[in-house]
Write a protein that binds this ligand. Structure first.
Ligand code: PHE
Ligand code: NA
Length: 505
């Protein structure tokens, strides 16, 4: 008895949920400091070029695969070619890794929304974050050892975040998944518009914006700047690791897929610009008030959000308000992105096994939640988070995307039929330019990104962590993903039919 695949209630629901995935920590903390460090205003040029030559084309590529083959990544790739299933599991594996730690940042942001009311960090935001809140050095684990000693004020909020996530996922695409974005995304945009409006009135706003946008044209001839631009685009659009394939698999047959893709891509970039303006206007105040140069406070995501921003909150007039807007927004942005990551894993297991959604969420979602709570809810959480993030994001996402694009374009040669699927009901038609970008430009760019990053991690290590920590949580987790992907592809299908392709075009 064939069961119909779930579907979104309509185009708006799909666009909102896809924006929910795209708009996340990448927009709020990554884009501002990456822009600042890579040429300021001049960075917008490589950024836009990366968006148009790589971001939008691969976004449409993901949409086309999900929409045409109507499956989670392993199912969609299997339907694309019987030998391609492993490509899908690699993407699922990356999502599994990211899901373990991303939820912790949501839990921290939720706690900081609360802390904003009393400015619980006093006048030492950095000491408060690492020592008092995360208990980072309490187990004597800084930099070296790993311990899972539970930290109550981090672990309990994390458990609460997982409860919300699993309930939303268990109720399905039309209910929980759509509802969280339907409420969360408009609220997030409203909060950030208020935040930006407010930040612009702060003393020092002009200095902050000057620091951010003053163009350093010399940056344009620097290769690293271009690589940073492409890296930012991949991360911020959530492309290349199965998310957009999964969401597009729930589209109805007659969907304007390419048009929706453009809306999602440009909305994400607009939000990125908006939050950069808000963040730097506020940082300017800090620089003026405390005499600190902006670059001391804006050099990393965690530092920016949990050290610099709390300091701003303490010093700004109407402090609690700006704190609640920023950390509340961060919480909402994180939740909608985390749901999208989880849904990749849930839908893949569901498709393969034929289990019900509730059973899959309970078993697989529960497993990820437990790993997350044990590893990231303990005193070494921030270490593990940092390492898994550095490996899964740079090597995992970029490597997974490279394999997918090269195999589909050159080995299975399916770009023409993907283009046809997009063009059938799409308002934006793709053709030779799209195929050239995917088949030639993207493989080159992705290979350069990947080789540079792997070389760097092999020769320099990462973040000053002990080699055994990198081998266990970095290289080790990537190795597990690869082995598991091959193994899972060998198991026979019990759920959705891997042979039946629903869209003969
Ligand atoms: N696109 C997200 C962002 O900009 C990144 C992301 C989404 C990461 C989903 C993980 C999961 O923050
Ligand atoms: Na984003």
């Amino acid at each position: 008895r064939p069961r119909l695949r779930e579907s979104f209630t309509g185009r708006n629901a799909f666009i909102l949920v896809a924006i929910g995935s795209a708009v996340g920590l990448g927009n709020i903390w990554r884009f501002p400091y990456i822009t600042y460090e890579n040429g300021g205003g001049a960075f917008l040029i490589p950024y836009l070029i990366a968006l148009l030559t790589a971001g939008i084309p691969i976004l449409l590529f993901d949409y086309a695969i999900g929409y045409k083959f109507r499956g989670s990544p392993p199912l969609a790739f299997k339907r694309l070619h019987p030998k391609a299933e492993t490509i899908g599991w690699l993407q699922v594996g990356i999502c599994f890794l990211i899901a373990i730690y991303y939820s912790a940042i949501i839990a921290w942001a939720a706690m900081y929304t609360w802390f904003s009311l009393t400015q619980a960090w006093g006048d030492d935001a950095e000491g408060f974050f690492f020592n008092e809140f995360l208990q980072y050095d309490a187990g004597g684990t800084e930099g070296t050892g790993i311990s899972v000693d539970f930290v109550a004020q981090v672990g309990w909020p994390l458990i609460a975040v997982w409860a919300v996530l699993l309930v939303a996922l268990a109720t399905g695409v039309r209910r929980g998944i759509t509802i969280v974005s339907m409420i969360g995304i408009p609220l997030l945009f409203l909060m950030f518009i208020l935040l930006v409006g407010y930040s612009l009135t702060l003393e020092g706003a002009a200095e902050g914006l000057n620091a951010l946008f003053t163009p350093d044209w010399g940056a344009l001839t620097n290769g690293t700047v271009w690589i940073q631009a492409y890296g930012q685009i991949f991360f911020t659009l959530s492309v290349g690791f199965g998310i957009m394939i999964t969401y597009a698999s729930y589209l109805k047959r007659r969907s304007n897929t390419s048009g929706s893709g453009l809306v999602v891509g440009f909305t994400n970039s607009s939000f990125e610009l908006l939050s950069a303006i808000g963040v730097f206007a506020a940082l300017g105040m800090l620089a003026v008030a405390g005499g600190t140069a902006v670059d001391e406070v804006a050099s990393s995501g965690l530092g920016l959000a949990f050290v610099a921003f709390p300091t701003i909150v303490s010093e700004a007039p109407a402090s609690a308000l700006i704190g609640v807007l920023f950390f509340g927004g961060l919480t909402l942005a994180g939740l909608t992105s985390q749901i999208s990551i989880m849904e990749v894993v849930i839908s893949a297991v569901k498709d393969k096994t034929g289990w019900s959604r509730v059973k899959t969420v309970a078993l697989v979602g529960g497993l990820i939640a437990i790993i997350s709570i044990v590893l990231i809810g303990g005193v070494s959480g921030v270490t593990i988070l940092d390492v898994v993030d550095a490996f899964s994001n740079n090597i995992g996402i970029v490597g997974g995307a490279l394999i997918a694009v090269v195999m589909v374009a050159w080995v299975f040669r399916r770009l023409d039929s993907l283009a046809a699927a997009l063009n059938r009901f799409g308002s934006f038609k793709v053709g030779p330019i799209w195929k050239t970008l995917l088949g030639i430009v993207l493989p080159v760019v992705l290979s350069v990104l990947l080789v540079m990053d792997i070389t760097d991690k092999i020769t320099e290590g990462y973040g000053g962590f002990d080699t055994w920590v990198l081998v266990t949580f970095g290289w080790g987790s990537l190795a597990v993903v690869i082995v598991a992907s091959v193994a899972l592809s060998l198991i026979p299908w019990r759920g959705a039919s891997a042979m039946h392709q629903e869209d003969p075009d």
